[in-house]
Design a binder for this molecule. Structure first.
Ligand SMILES: NC(=O)c1ccc[n+]([C@@H]2O[C@H](COP(=O)([O-])OP(=O)(O)OC[C@H]3O[C@@H](n4cnc5c(N)ncnc54)[C@H](O)[C@@H]3O)[C@@H](O)[C@H]2O)c1
Length: 326
C-alpha cells in the first residue's frame, strides 16, 4: 500500500514508518519537524517537510503521493501546555486535522488511522477503561482529539470515509533505531532514565498517598511496537467497518514499580523526591484490551514492564542526548 504518515519524524510516527517500510509499503512522511527529528526519518521513506496548518502544502503532498491510507500522528500533545495555551490544541490540532481530511477528500483518499488518547477519560466510572466509557476530556488536548474523532464520524456518514481511532495510553519503549526524544520530555520512563544517565539529580513522585498498593499512581505502558501492530491490524480491518479501540497493555504499573524496574535494568541507583499530588491525576488509569483482542486478535507482544524499560534503556544509553548524537 501507499501510506502517508503525518508526524513520521516523531517518536511513534518514526516507529510506524520503520515498520511499514519493513513490510514493503511505500511511505511518505509529512512533518514540520517542530518536535520531530531529521535523524529519525526512515531512509526507505519519502519525506516532505510541511505544516498541516498549511492547507495547500498538505493538499499538494497528497495530490503528488496519492496514498491509499493515512496514519495521522502529527499533533501538539502536551496536556499541561494545552491548559496554558488552549488555542494550540482546540485551534491548531483541529485545523491541522481538518486540512488533512479536506485534502484526503479532494483526492479520494478514504482511509485514516487517528492517534487518539486516554486523555478522553478524565473521570472514568470503571477500571479498566473500556470503549463504552463516557468521554470527559481531561484537557484542551484531550478535547481536540475528541473533536477530531467526531470529525471522522461525520465524514464517514457524509463522505464514506473509513477510520480507526486508537486511544493510546502511555507509549513507551524503543526499537533498535528509534526512541523517545521529546523537548520538553515529560514522560516518566525517559525521565527516570535521565536520572540513571546522570543528567537529572532525581525523579519526582507526585503523591505517594494514593489508594494503590504502594501509594503511587498506576498507569498503563504499552510498547511502541505493540501500538504499531495495532495500527497495521486496524488498517486492514477498515474494509469491515470503522474502528474505535482503547489501546494499552491492559496491565497497570505504579510509578514506584517503574523506578524499581529502571534501577534493576540499568544497575544504577535512581534518586527519588516525593512531591505533592498534581491536580487532576487519577490514582489508576488502565486500558481495557478485550475489544481489540476479540475483533482484531491483537495482543501485546511486550507486555512485561521490564522488557519495555530494557528497550528504552538500550536506546537511551546509546543516545544519551537523543537524536542529536545519533
Ligand atoms: N506518546 C504517547 O504516549 C501518546 C499517548 C497518547 C496519544 N499520543 C498521540 O500520538 C501521536 C504521536 O505522539 P508522539 O509521542 O510520537 O509525538 P511527537 O511529538 O514525538 O511526534 C509528533 C510529530 O508531529 C509533528 N508535527 C506536529 N505538529 C505538526 C504540524 N502542524 N504539521 C506537521 N507536523 C507536525 C512533530 O514535528 C513531530 O515529529 C500524537 O498525536 C499524540 O497526541 C501519544
Amino acid at each position: 500500500m501507499r501510506i502517508l504518515v503525518t508526524g513520521g519524524a516523531g517518536y511513534i510516527g518514526s516507529v510506524a514508518t520503520e515498520t511499514l517500510v519493513g513490510q514493503g509499503h511505500a511511505v511518505l512522511v509529512f512533518d514540520n519537524l517542530q518536535q520531530g527529528h531529521e535523524e529519525a526519518l526512515e531512509p526507505g521513506a519519502a519525506f516532505v517537510r510541511g505544516d498541516l496548518r498549511d492547507a495547500a502544502a498538505i493538499s499538494s503532498a497528497i495530490g503528488d503521493f496519492r496514498p491509499d491510507a493515512v496514519m495521522h500522528f502529527a499533533a501538539n500533545s502536551l496536556v499541561g501546555e494545552s491548559m496554558r495555551d488552549p488555542f494550540a490544541y482546540l485551534g491548531d490540532n483541529v485545523v491541522a486535522a481538518l486540512n488533512l481530511l479536506r485534502a484526503m477528500d479532494a483526492h479520494g483518499v478514504q482511509r485514516i488511522i487517528l492517534s487518539s488518547t486516554a486523555n478522553l477519560f478524565a473521570d472514568p466510572l470503571k477500571m479498566p477503561i473500556e470503549e463504552d466509557e463516557r468521554i470527559i476530556p481531561g484537557s484542551p488536548y484531550g478535547e481536540s482529539k475528541g473533536i477530531i474523532e467526531r470529525l471522522l464520524h461525520w465524514l464517514s456518514v457524509t463522505r464514506g470515509l473509513r477510520y480507526a481511532c486508537l486511544r493510546y495510553f502511555n507509549a513507551a519503549g524503543a526499537t533498535e533505531r528509534h526512541g523517545e526524544d521529546h523537548d520538553p520530555e515529560l514522560h516518566l520512563i525517559p525521565l527516570v532514565l535521565r536520572v540513571a544517565l546522570g543528567q537529572r539529580d532525581s525523579i519526582s513522585i507526585f503523591g505517594d498517598d494514593y489508594p494503590t498498593p504502594d501509594g503511587t499512581c498506576i498507569r498503563d505502558y504499552i510498547h511502541v511496537l505493540d501500538l504499531i501492530d495495532a495500527h497495521v491490524l486496524a488498517l486492514h480491518a477498515l474494509e469491515q467497518g470503522n474502528r474505535i479501540y482503547n489501546l494499552g497493555n491492559g496491565r497497570g504499573f505504579s510509578v514506584r514499580q517503574v523506578i524499581d524496574t529502571a534501577e534493576r535494568v540499568t544497575g544504577r541507583k535512581i534518586a527519588v523526591k516525593v512531591a505533592a499530588r498534581r491536580p487532576g491525576d487519577p490514582a489508576v488509569l488502565v486500558a481495557g484490551r478485550e475489544k481489540i483482542r476479540r475483533e482484531l486478535g491483537w495482543q501485546p507482544r511486550h507486555p512485561d514492564l521490564e522488557a519495555i524499560v530494557r528497550t528504552a534503556w538500550h536506546w537511551h544509553s546509546r543516545h544519551p542526548h537523543g537524536y542529536r548524537q545519533a
